[in-house]
Design a protein around this ligand. Structure first.
Ligand code: IMP
Length: 427
């Protein structure tokens, strides 16, 4: 198999990091293709426990080429800190490469992300305040600064000086904030450029060469499908595409080469930040899920909103990504519940919708229609073979497969690599 994409199928935090870490064993390359350090991929393995924000989750496998693709926005201080931390834990980072086309998060992006959120007041989106919206806006507005720009100091100074003039006008005239110093940013980012230079490459060519040998490349998604700027709950979305199609644009791999797409779904739903979430549980069951699963943002520490599995959003996610397989994570979190609900439709003004609405004002008014299944009330943490799962867990998974018309090929029942049930081999 050549290219396999691992995609967040809900609102992010589905556990993609663990799945990628696991599958990377059989891959030659792992590529992050979107987002930035708004992502937080938790990986627990023999090296320790890590929250990776930018480095691909394949980094723990020494023979695997790890690429931060052109579609990722890089905060150099965060990336350099992450590389240092990995090195301190004995992880080899010499197989890490950064695309020369990736955009750089600048201090004004972070400042403006915060100022824009404050301006929105009660309508704030609940962004991670990492500068993501402003950096991707600049990319499209052709005001961005890329990794390749840091390698040519003279050209960088002239580009930065023209962009900063504009940004300072916004900071001072719109937000009444102090201007930023060209000299300080220039010196700081030249320094980052020197530190990152050994990693910066034309990563598209590295991937083409690997693919020409028919070796496996994993595309590691960040965030989740329902946060996509086109198909997610706009405007409560992120600013780059977490979809399988985004995997092609954000890495330089043709979409025709993506042979298999794995949708990672949690066995329930979580969301962090603002925006509608029809199956949110604001009761003791939501609280129980949050505490059992420690559902707090890996990047911001914010409590995640928890709720039942939403098969309406799930079907939409399958439709726009074209998943071949599902990796169902955190099944064990449901172990103690006497009964479990699945949302199979939305009710709006007495009518049942079975399509996911485009307008958040409509989505806010939708009431979930639930189907209730019996729980299994026994631990699944140490199960390695799907045949050993309790019959009620089989029933739950089979119903999800039926509702989503897609096979569940991987089941995760704990954070460790070995707490995984490979129902069918996917890579
Ligand atoms: P931004 O990506 O920081 O601009 O935030 C936009 C929205 O996406 C907010 O609701 C964030 O909470 C959400 N978001 C961004 N990154 C992640 C993630 O990795 N997991 C879950 N939600 C995220």
């Amino acid at each position: 198999m050549s290219v396999v994409a691992v995609i967040g199928a809900q609102w992010g935090d589905e556990g993609k990091g663990k799945i990628v870490d696991l599958l990377a064993e059989r891959a030659k390359a792992v590529v992050r293709f979107s987002g930035g350090d708004n992502a937080g991929h938790t990986v627990i393995n023999p090296y320790g426990e890590f929250r990776l924000h930018l480095v691909p989750s394949g980094i723990f496998h020494p023979g695997v080429v790890c690429i931060i693709g052109n579609g990722v926005a890089i905060n150099p201080a965060v990336l350099l800190g992450e590389i240092d931390d990995l090195k301190k834990h004995g992880v080899d980072t010499s197989h890490l490469f950064i695309s020369d086309r990736a955009h750089i998060i600048m201090p004004y992006h972070i400042l403006l992300d915060g100022l824009e959120e404050e301006r929105r007041g009660r309508g704030a989106l609940g962004t991670t305040r990492k500068g993501i919206g402003p950096v991707f806006a600049d990319k499209i507005a052709r005001l961005g600064i890329r990794t390749c720009d840091l390698l040519d100091k003279e050209a960088f100074q002239s580009r930065l000086s023209s962009v900063l003039e504009f940004k300072n006008a916004i900071l001072t005239k719109v937000y009444d904030a102090p201007p930023l110093s060209l000299k300080e940013i220039y010196q700081q980012y030249c320094h980052y450029g020197e530190s990152l230079a050994p990693f910066i490459r034309d990563t598209g060519s590295i991937l083409q060469e690997i693919m020409s040998r028919r070796e496996t490349v994993l595309l590691e998604g960040a965030q989740g499908t329902m946060l996509d700027p086109d198909f997610g709950t706009y405007p409560y979305v992120t600013s780059s595409s977490p979809l399988a199609a985004g995997g092609s644009i954000g890495s330089g791999v043709s979409f025709r080469q993506i042979a298999h797409i794995i949708g990672v779904f949690k066995a329930y739903t979580t969301r962090v930040g603002g925006g509608p979430m029809p199956t949110e549980l604001k009761d003791e069951i939501g609280e129980l899920i949050r505490e059992r699963a420690h559902e707090y943002g890996a990047t911001t520490g914010r409590p995640r909103r928890c709720g039942w599995f939403d098969a309406v959003a799930g079907r939409f996610s399958i439709q726009i990504n074209g998943f071949n397989s599902i990796a169902l994570t955190r099944l064990d979190i449901l172990d103690t519940l006497p009964s479990i609900k699945i949302c199979t439709g939305y009710k709006l003004d007495g009518e049942t919708l079975d399509q996911f609405p485009s307008n958040v004002a409509i989505l806010h008014r939708c009431q979930p229609v639930y189907e209730e299944l019996p729980g299994w009330q026994t631990s699944t943490n140490n199960i390695h073979d799907s045949k050993q799962l309790p019959s009620q867990a089989h029933q739950y998974i089979a119903r999800l497969e039926e509702l989503l018309s897609c096979p569940v090929n991987i089941i995760s029942v704990g954070a460790k690599r070995e707490q995984t049930i490979m129902v069918r081999q996917v890579v």
